[in-house]
Design a protein around this ligand. Structure first.
Ligand code: ATP
Ligand code: MG
Length: 233
């Protein structure tokens, strides 16, 4: 469903993404790991059209994304949970979710499905988003992205600042999206937790994808994870 081929991009004069190629199938979870500054967020921002590549192509179900304007990309069914959540903090929980619904004209049945996944939010529909706890805000950002009924979901460190049981819960929720054939590109620093749900992993360093493998392959070659993310398992 997603084919990113030899994408290059720059911030000013600085070459950030270097020949990045990635692909994703429906229902697949691809983990994108790398050290701070490796280019993970830039990869997601490029997919969302916020950063324009200087070369390369990005195809979603055969349609070229690099020529589209950023506000047209979510309408195709690509959801984005940005690092740092990007909520409308002065709106209520419900208003944030309804903005998600509007994107793809999803109906109340989508909202009901999402609220069943996040019962905590159901109890707080009228609360101002900015007053939610950090973990609740993280869930709201995820829930809002799901309200647009995405077919591809880009998640930038959804586990950031969450306690381990919540990270586990959140990743389990990501796994349930498989049944709906949603593809997920998951950037996460909580490597151990993310490896439990990822089907494949791409390791990024200095703006390039250096290695791709399954979690099982990485388990048998621990030196690779150590090299790219400094994790010993
Ligand atoms: N708007 C910008 N202008 C200039 N340089 C930028 C900009 N945004 C990011 N960069 C640089 O691009 C590089 C890649 O940043 P990016 O945010 O993609 O990294 P990351 O892998 O997401 O890191 P982290 O794990 O810390 O979130 C970094 O060196 C960063 O300083
Ligand atoms: Mg980042």
């Amino acid at each position: 469903m997603l084919e990113m081929e030899r994408v290059n991009c720059y911030y000013g004069e600085v070459h950030i993404l270097k020949d990045v190629s990635l692909s994703l199938r429906p229902g697949e979870i691809l983990g994108l790991f790398g050290r701070n500054g490796a280019g993970k967020t830039t990869t997601l921002r490029t997919l969302m059209g916020f950063v324009k590549p200087t070369s390369g192509s990005i195809k979603f179900d055969g349609q070229e994304l690099t020529t589209l304007r950023p506000h047209d990309i979510p309408k195709l069914g690509i959801g984005y949970v940005p690092q740092g959540r990007g909520l409308f903090t002065f709106c209520t929980v419900e208003e944030n979710l309804r903005i998600g619904l509007l994107l793809r004209r999803s109906g109340n049945e989508t909202l009901d499905w999402v609220l069943d996944l996040f019962p905590v939010l159901k109890e707080r529909l009228r609360q101002q988003a900015g007053t939610l706890s950090g973990g609740e805000q993280q869930m709201l950002a995820f829930a809002r992205a799901l309200c647009s009924a995405p077919r591809l979901l880009l998640m930038d460190e959804p586990g950031e600042g969450l306690m381990p049981t919540l990270v586990k819960q959140l990743l389990e929720t990501i796994s349930t999206l498989k049944a709906r054939h949603v593809g997920v590109l998951l950037v996460e620093q909580k490597i151990d937790a993310a490896l439990k749900v990822a089907d494949r992993v791409a390791l990024m360093e200095n703006g390039s994808i250096r290695h791709q493998a399954t979690p099982a392959e990485l388990a048998s070659t621990p030196e690779i994870l150590f090299k790219y993310v400094g994790v010993r398992r």
